[in-house]
Design a protein around this ligand. Structure first.
Ligand code: HEC
Length: 485
């Protein structure tokens, strides 16, 4: 090891790299809040790795996208886990980058001399939202399709340029193959490349300018009132150098904490991905206008707000509020030149932050209360993941063409509304696989055994059918009349 290091060091000058990057003095009293940026970076790496594997199996066309994801979940080892991690990772990334932004805002770290790095950070935040918006469509299930239909419609309400925005986002006037190609290219090429480039700049600037000192160190009586005061630069330099006089080094003081929090974040995502996975609804059906779309949870506050305002104001709120927020973030370091950094001594900042967070929290809460857990009417309780998959298959295989469930469907076969009370899931599995074994060659029900459906898929359908009990409560026990050939 030592020999290898020396060999590399002679050629690459590792020692001075280490001194320059790791062995730097950092300001005193840095907190755990300072680890949020690198935790976001760690989650980005997780997204990059899982995303690359997912892209290996994914087919970006409306005809195959859904199937390719079903294939991934069913046939690929750890396919569901990977999708689960990627899905939860995206939420984690949003939470962490938002928390990091709030930390930087609260500590006034966007002020002199870090205005440029703040702008880069705002760009990174916008890119993360772009990832979420484009990634949501890729599974091409009902939720993906309708949420994107609504999202792109909202962009279309922008006064003046609305029509052109929709065409730009959808690659045409309709949401279809061109949209999916476009979203996919953004999700796997444009956005990752831009994010990586901006992260590089962001970090380079952190190394160059050093970590911002705690607000208390700069808010002293010697500080000029405003950061554009010509004496401020000198004051800052002097105070910052003094703040770094302690014994704290980038390695291990900062990196140690960073590593702990980053590892914790990754573990949490993997656990959430393994336990809850990622839902897959029935395939997108552009004709099903009764579907009520739900956006990704962090767009819910805006979505909820839209429900509260009268229709004529919708366009204004839908486009205006996000635009105003982004503009406020971009303009912040330029109109706020007051040198005070502690949040408690910045009343305007404190009030705005409380209002925005409180308002969004309230809207998110009321949106979630309204939505509640999704309870399909035919079962009367939330479905397990197997049953959910079974229900999707029941719809995609068009079983409803011959069978009624709660009054909907065809009349060629028996009504299945309460089939779970008469037949066991085991019987249904065998029956669906090969009805002719039960009823001879004259059965009118097609056989769904392999290769039409895999045994796992038939089992999911059987589990779903088994949950159909005609709306009776748990006090009524099924009485199976299973007869096998
Ligand atoms: C072309 C019409 C048709 C389609 C499509 C169809 N079935 Fe059937 N199904 C029938 C008929 C007819 C019967 C009655 C038994 C027979 O004829 O053998 C039946 C019987 C059943 C039964 C037994 C019900 C009972 O009460 O005994 C189950 C369960 C069932 N079908 C499930 C399914 C599922 C699941 C699908 C989709 C994967 C499906 N069927 C698709 C026509 C159809």
């Amino acid at each position: 090891m030592g020999k290898l290091f020396r060999w590399l060091d002679e050629r690459l000058d590792l020692k001075s790299l280490k001194a320059g990057l790791l062995d730097r003095a950092v300001p005193d009293r840095l907190t755990w809040w300072h680890t949020l940026g690198s935790a976001t970076l760690a989650v980005f790496v997780v997204q990059l790795v899982t995303g690359i594997v997912l892209a290996t199996y994914y087919s970006p066309s409306p005809d195959h996208a859904y199937d390719s994801i079903q294939y991934l979940q069913r046939e690929v080892a750890s396919g569901s886990l990977l999708r689960g991690i990627h899905r939860w990772g995206s939420s984690a990334m949003f939470i962490l980058i938002l928390a990091h932004l709030i930390r930087v805002f609260s500590m006034g770290a966007y002020k002199y001399p870090r205005e440029v790095n703040w702008l880069i950070g705002v760009g990174l935040f916008a890119i993360v939202l772009g990832f979420s918006f484009t990634g949501y469509l890729l599974p091409w299930d009902q939720k993906a399709y309708w949420a994107t239909a609504v999202g792109t419609n909202i962009a279309g309400t922008t006064p003046g340029v609305g029509g052109r925005m929709v065409a730009l986002l959808r690659g045409g006037s309709e949401l279809g193959a061109a949209t999916l190609t476009r979203f996919y290219a953004f999700h796997v090429l444009w956005l990752p490349v831009s994010l990586a480039a901006l992260v590089g700049l962001h970090l380079a600037l952190v190394v160059r300018q050093g970590i911002a000192p705690m607000p208390g160190l700069l808010d002293n009586f010697k500080a000029p009132q405003r950061t554009d005061d010509e004496r401020y630069a000198g004051f800052y330099q002097e105070t910052y150098t003094a703040a770094k006089s302690g014994q704290h080094r980038f390695w291990p003081d900062v990196m140690g904490k960073d590593a702990i929090v980053a590892a914790g974040a990754v573990v949490v995502i993997v656990i959430l991905g393994a336990v809850f996975g990622a839902a897959l609804e029935p395939p997108a059906d552009p004709t099903d206008t009764s579907y009520i779309p739900k956006p990704e949870w962090y767009f819910l506050p805006l979505y909820q707000l839209l429900k509260l305002v009268p229709g004529s104001m919708e366009a204004l709120v839908a486009v205006g509020i996000p635009t105003a927020l982004i503009l406020a973030l971009v303009g912040l370091p330029f109109f706020d030149r007051n040198s005070t950094r502690s949040l408690v001594r910045r009343p305007m900042a404190l009030v705005s932050l409380t209002l925005i967070l409180g308002g969004s929290g309230f809207l998110l809460g009321s949106a979630m209360r309204e939505a509640g857990p999704e309870v399909p009417p035919e079962v009367g309780r939330p479905l397990t993941s197997k049953e959910r998959a079974g229900r999707a298959l029941f719809q995609s295989q068009q079983c409803g063409g011959c069978h009624k469930v709660r009054g909907e469907g065809g009349d060629n076969g028996p009504d299945l509304t309460a089939v779970g009370l008469r037949k066991s899931s085991g019987w249904m599995h065998s029956f669906i696989e090969s009805p002719s074994r039960f009823h001879g060659a004259d059965t009118r029900m097609p056989a769904y055994g392999p290769p039409a459906l895999s045994h796992q898929e038939i089992e999911e359908i059987a589990q779903y059918l088994s949950s159909l009990r005609g709306g009776v409560g748990p006090e009524i026990q099924p009485e199976f009349h299973d007869t096998f050939p």
